[in-house]
Design a protein around this ligand. Structure first.
Ligand code: PLP
Length: 393
């Protein structure tokens, strides 16, 4: 079997060697004090990465999807009203999860490519003060759209709402600006396999005091994902069950790497790499799925292919001919977009390799893209920058 490396899917992302090795460790007694030496710095690191001094971090052996469920089941009861915006595949799936849990969901429908409309959130909250939670997907990985979470919080405050704010930061946290305390987030959710550059396997959640207080009154059933058991486990130096020690060791090191670089540096690096990709897209004469520049994601670009061209063919061709992985379009934009993931461990030369591969694949399949146009445009973005890219693979 051959491996695709680097990958340009929007997660799982490329793993730096030291992080990969940190996950691959000998068996350790998870009930010994040694485990606490891994766990507690990892939890503290996550808190710093998401920008909280007050929030409580809970990490489960699962993925981002379970993180959604952690938020819902620890705070809500069957029949509770929640408000959610649907603007892509991941917000859609989170809404589906709410419905399957018997929650009463008011859905604000947006075109795929649009962001969350804070004014619509405010209007819906004014219309229904009984809404208990607002769900916001910070970065819609399916469409490459980032939404303004501070604006959502302002809308909630303007409406006088007492609802909890749940934010899916699966493809934004540890890559794009995220301010848990300043934005007044109540539960943030992410996974290990994107900005943290680790294998999949950790659902990482952060709770505000208000969200954590809701747990006693929450009537939705939970056992494995109960934050109270997790909290008790942490206090005793462990998990309520067998923890994925290697992944947590990786998380500890990943946080150290990110914090050593500085979160502002991490965000700037992602923005810079993304700007090069966007310059290439423009030079190709193609358009992003995101409908306006303030929505452009710094972690993933969903690129529309010309009408009548199946974008999945391009992804398949790049994989079989060049051994390079791009993301396919999902749901409503399946076959209409391909996605270049540009998050995690990525340098300018790595990004150029991805851009060149996309360019070759498009030309192989007969799309009218000028040879070298995308790489030339990206090079101009990359050459000009002063700071070297710290996070090499
Ligand atoms: N939310 C977003 C924005 C995502 O991009 C993903 C996965 O790509 C998920 C949730 C689901 O996460 P997981 O696949 O780790 O369960």
């Amino acid at each position: 079997m051959s491996f695709q490396n680097p990958v340009f899917i929007p997660g799982p992302t490329n793993m730096p060697e030291d992080l990969r090795r940190a996950c691959d460790m000998p068996t350790l007694d998870h009930r010994s004090p040694l485990f606490g030496e891994i766990l507690h710095p990892a939890l503290e690191g996550v808190a710093k990465v998401v920008g909280t001094k007050k929030g409580e971090v809970f990490v489960f052996p699962a993925t981002g999807t379970a993180g959604w469920e952690v938020a819902l089941t620890n705070t809500l009861s069957p029949g509770d009203k929640v408000l959610a915006t649907r603007n892509g595949m991941f917000s859609h799936r989170w809404i589906d999860m709410c419905e399957r849990h018997g929650l009463d969901v008011t859905v604000i429908r947006r075109e795929w490519g649009e962001g969350i409309d804070a004014a619509a959130v405010e209007e819906a909250l004014r219309a229904d003060p009984a809404i208990k939670a607002v769900l916001a997907t910070h970065n819609e990985t399916a469409t490459g759209v980032v939404s303004d979470i501070a604006a959502v919080r302002r809308a909630m405050d303007a409406a006088g709402s007492d609802a909890l704010l749940f934010v899916d930061g699966v493809s934004s946290i540890a890559s794009m600006p995220f301010h848990f305390d300043d934005w007044g987030v109540d539960v943030a959710i992410t996974g290990s396999q994107k900005g943290f550059m680790l294998p999949p396997g950790l659902a990482i959640t952060v709770f505000s005091a208000k969200a954590a207080d809701a747990v006693e009154g929450a009537g939705l059933p939970r056992t494995f994902l109960d934050i109270r058991d997790m909290r008790k486990g942490y206090a005793a130096g462990g998990f309520p069950y067998t923890p994925p020690v290697g992944l947590l060791n990786g998380l500890n090191l990943s946080c150290r790497r990110l914090l050593d670089e500085g979160m502002k540096g991490v965000w700037a690096r992602h923005h810079h790499i993304a700007e090069g990709v966007r310059a290439a897209v423009e030079a190709w004469g193609l358009e992003l799925c995101a409908v306006s520049p303030e929505l452009y994601s710094d972690t993933v670009s969903a690129i529309r292919t010309p009408e009548g061209f199946d974008a999945n063919r391009l992804v398949a061709h790049a994989a079989t001919r060049y051994g390079v992985a791009f993301g396919t379009g999902l749901g409503e934009v399946a076959g209409k977009v391909f996605r270049i993931g540009h998050l995690g461990s990525l340098t300018e030369p790595m990004a150029l390799a991805g851009i060149a591969t996309a360019e070759m694949a498009m030309r192989d399949l007969g799309l009218e893209v000028e040879s070298g146009s995308g790489t030339a445009a990206a090079e101009e973005v990359y050459r000009g920058a002063g700071a070297p890219m710290a996070m090499a693979a």
